[in-house]
Design a protein around this ligand. Structure first.
Ligand code: DGJ
Length: 729
């Protein structure tokens, strides 16, 4: 039984994989947190609840001076009743007051896992895979009911949490803050890890030690963002890839979020995460419910490597959905960096002809095929074919490409509207805006108001019409700007601050409808590269364009950081031309290939310009990737060397049965007088097996490769790389 309740001690013990999570109904119905960590059999942990008078700590049950909420570790903390730390939620009553006091009312333990209404989330296929605990808390005075749900995955060290706020009273309530979870820790001896960056430089790994006060990451951009990913972890000081404790949090949400760690006066740490309360509120009429997004909490006692492998498996198997979830993904050629907006059907067909000779499998027509779109300043919203560019029609082009042996894919940016579009001329009030204020443009475009059902229906109809008009096997769903002037003409004054969250709910609605209507299409999400690479979107679209930056060196950092949470199969990784279009760097074709082969491989350049040598080299890359594709896309991932720590990077993939592995090694700059031998120690292999290094005739023991390592050959010049395939004898 992964969830146990001890009626005598009123303690809940959740066992997820090798971890335990324990809390207790304490005194008059407070939920006191007791433990999260390595699995333990039983517990007598209530002895940890801090007794004893603390000066300055208010005592709600006067005259008992030993009890204060300010010193209690809690499960879903309230504001205003003696706990001065950041609360998990806050609700305003009609009289303007913001004090509520939730107490335990009831609980039940259920098999399986509930599907959230209108929101993405992890799921199970069989009830036996998980067990859920629902705890009902209750504020008697205003009738607010809060249901905390914990789901325990039996196989993984992972627990999901989500919260429902229900107005069971008679007055209107205003939710000012409703985070998905808070977890309190007894101390603050942790480092805070997160993934930060910018356009073209997404998800760089950052680590800092916790200090007194609040340290936070957040997005206020209406999207999870390039700048901060909805992931954070508290790790023990000694935590590295293989050692140390990791407490990781990943929010299944694509909009404004906050993740914060607050170290208080007693050096306890409160970690909280959820929808960003900044510029947010939600009106809850009697009998209405507010549902928070789900948060996934992963525990690892073996460092960051194990944390990542837990996320990878959980997200591959229990978050991504649809036909392609467990299918090897096609190797694509995308025309964006080859032609930008300037293409003809003939040019596209020429690229596709070479692609077919190289063994590529899918041709993707990017931006510029619709309306009057010859640059980025028009036509978003006008989802009908540009006949000047493609006079014989989309179906004709798709069929020609199909005849070359490639599937056909198409780009959309459904959430956007150009001022210069038929759609905007007809519906200038369909965008996000605030009356009488400037409408700030970004990339010359505005954002459609997805809180409005009519707008959503328009998008679904327009996109579905195109998808039904030609043999389209793949869609790239782009989104190239963040939300400004967040307001909706469609919502009443008292609901204006719901705009950003309602936008995301609207987005999930249209993604759900379109992907359900076309179950055979493979969807890849994109947001100016990786501006919305999050678990929320992965629920609808099982792969994401990782970054617009395709430079092989930059990609080492981006893919390394991204791999903290997201599996390689979800990471679009393309080989592009040199000098690189983002950073102007010239790297070797080999290294560009080896970096992209560690993700979901594609090409994005004018293949017709390849020299005969390049054609041969890419043919080889493609053939080799096909041999290792399953291993990369479904294998266990081990990081060996970090680009954030030195001049070289290495990582490897190991099959589940440990019979096969592929190891990639990259060195950025050549150095004079390098060490005589560079030894790379491998991970994840079976110590008791022997492995053949394919193509070399050499056989080594798994233990030898793990403890003694493999020698990196002498590499010449900058941007050098090498990879080995290992097969068990
Ligand atoms: C941004 C994307 O990230 C690119 O790959 C490309 O699709 C452009 N948008 C097209 O406008």
């Amino acid at each position: 039984m992964p969830i146990m309740f001890n009626d005598e001690t009123k303690t809940f013990h959740l066992q997820a994989g090798d971890s335990s999570y324990i809390f207790q109904i304490y005194r008059d119905g407070y939920l006191a947190h007791l433990y999260w960590g390595q699995k333990i059999r039983s517990n007598h942990l209530s002895r940890f609840i801090p007794y004893g008078r603390k000066p300055q700590a208010p005592t709600p049950d006067d005259p008992d001076e030993t009890f204060s909420l300010d010193t209690l570790l809690q499960e879903y903390a309230a504001y205003g009743n003696s706990d001065f730390r950041s609360p998990a939620y806050q609700v305003q009553l009609e009289n303007g007051s913001t004090i509520t006091d939730l107490r335990y009312k009831s609980h039940r333990i259920l098999k399986g896992k509930r599907v959230l209404e209108g929101l993405p989330g992890t799921y199970v296929e069989r009830d036996e895979e998980a067990e859920s605990l629902e705890i009902v808390l209750w504020d008697e005075l205003c009738g607010l009911e809060v249901v905390l749900t914990y789901t325990v995955f039996e196989k993984y060290n992972a627990i999901s949490r989500e919260v429902k706020l229900i107005n069971k009273g008679t007055e209107k309530l205003k939710v000012l803050r409703a985070l998905s979870a808070n977890v309190d820790f007894y101390n603050s001896d942790y480092d805070f890890i997160h993934l930060s960056g910018a356009w073209g430089r997404e998800r760089h790994l950052e680590r800092r030690s916790l200090k007194s006060g609040i340290q936070a990451i957040e997005s206020r951009r209406g999207a999870s963002s390039h700048q901060q990913n909805p992931f954070a972890a508290l790790v023990s000081k000694n935590a590295d890839e293989e050692h140390g404790e990791v407490f990781a949090f990943s929010l299944v949400y694509s909009g404004n979020f906050i993740a914060q760690a607050e170290v208080d006066q007693f050096k306890t740490t409160r970690f909280s995460m959820g929808i960003n309360p900044f510029d947010f509120s939600w009106l809850l009429e009697p009998s209405q419910t507010f549902q928070t997004p789900e948060i996934i909490m992963v525990y690892s006692n073996h460092g960051l490597g194990e944390m990542s492998r837990t996320f990878h498996k959980l997200y591959r198997n229990n978050l991504c959905r649809g036909k392609y979830k467990l299918q090897a993904r096609p190797i694509l050629i995308n025309n964006w960096e080859a032609t930008y907006f300037d293409f003809t059907a003939e040019k596209l067909e020429d690229i596709a002809t070479v692609a077919s000779e190289l063994g590529l499998e899918l041709f993707v027509l990017d931006d510029g095929w619709f309306g009057k779109r010859n640059s980025d300043d028009s036509s978003l919203g006008d989802w009908y074919l540009n006949r000047e560019k493609l006079p014989a029609g989309l179906d004709d082009l798709a069929e020609r490409i199909n005849k070359l042996g490639l599937k056909f894919g198409l780009w959309f940016e459904p959430e956007m509207i150009s001022e210069n579009s038929d759609l905007y001329r007809a519906h200038p009030d369909w965008c996000i805006y605030v009356p009488d204020r400037r409408r700030t443009k970004s990339r010359h475009q505005l954002v459609l108001d997805l809180t409005n059902a009519k707008v959503r229906d328009y998008i679904v109809d327009a996109v579905c019409k195109v998808l039904g008009s030609a043999p389209i096997s793949y869609v790239k769903w782009d989104m190239n700007r963040n939300i400004t002037e967040a307001g909706s003409a469609y919502l009443p004054a008292e609901r204006q601050r719901e705009t950003a969250h309602r936008y995301i709910l609207g987005l999930y609605d249209i993604m759900n409808r379109i992907t359900a209507a076309f179950p055979d299409i493979l969807f890849e999400s994109c947001s100016g590269g990786g501006g919305r690479f999050d678990p929320g979107i992965l629920y609808y679209m099982p792969q994401t364009w990782t970054s617009d930056d395709t430079d092989a060196v930059e990609r080492l950092f981006i893919q390394y950081g991204t791999s903290m949470v997201y599996p390689a199969i979800t990471m679009g990784a393309h080989v592009s031309a040199v000098p690189n279009h983002q950073v102007d760097r010239v790297t070797r074709l080999d290294m560009r290939g080896h970096v992209a082969m560690a993700g979901n491989l594609g090409y994005e350049l004018d293949l017709t310009k390849f020299t005969p040598e390049e054609v041969e080299a890419v043919k080889k890359q493609v053939a080799e990737y096909k041999e290792i594709r399953e291993l990369v896309q479904f294998g266990d991932f081990y990081r060996l060397r970090s680009p954030f720590e030195g001049n070289d990077t290495a990582w490897m993939f190991v099959s589940e049965d440990k019979r096969e592995a592929v190891v990639f090694y990259y060195r950025i700059m050549a150095k004079p007088n390098p060490p005589l031998t560079s030894i790379l120690r491998l991970r994840g292999l079976d110590e008791n097996r022997d492995y053949e290094v394919m193509g070399s005739g050499m056989v080594y023991g798994g233990d030898e490769l793990i403890y003694a390592g493999i020698a990196v050959p002498t590499l010449k010049g900058d941007y050098a790389s090498v990879y080995w395939r290992l097969r068990a004898k």
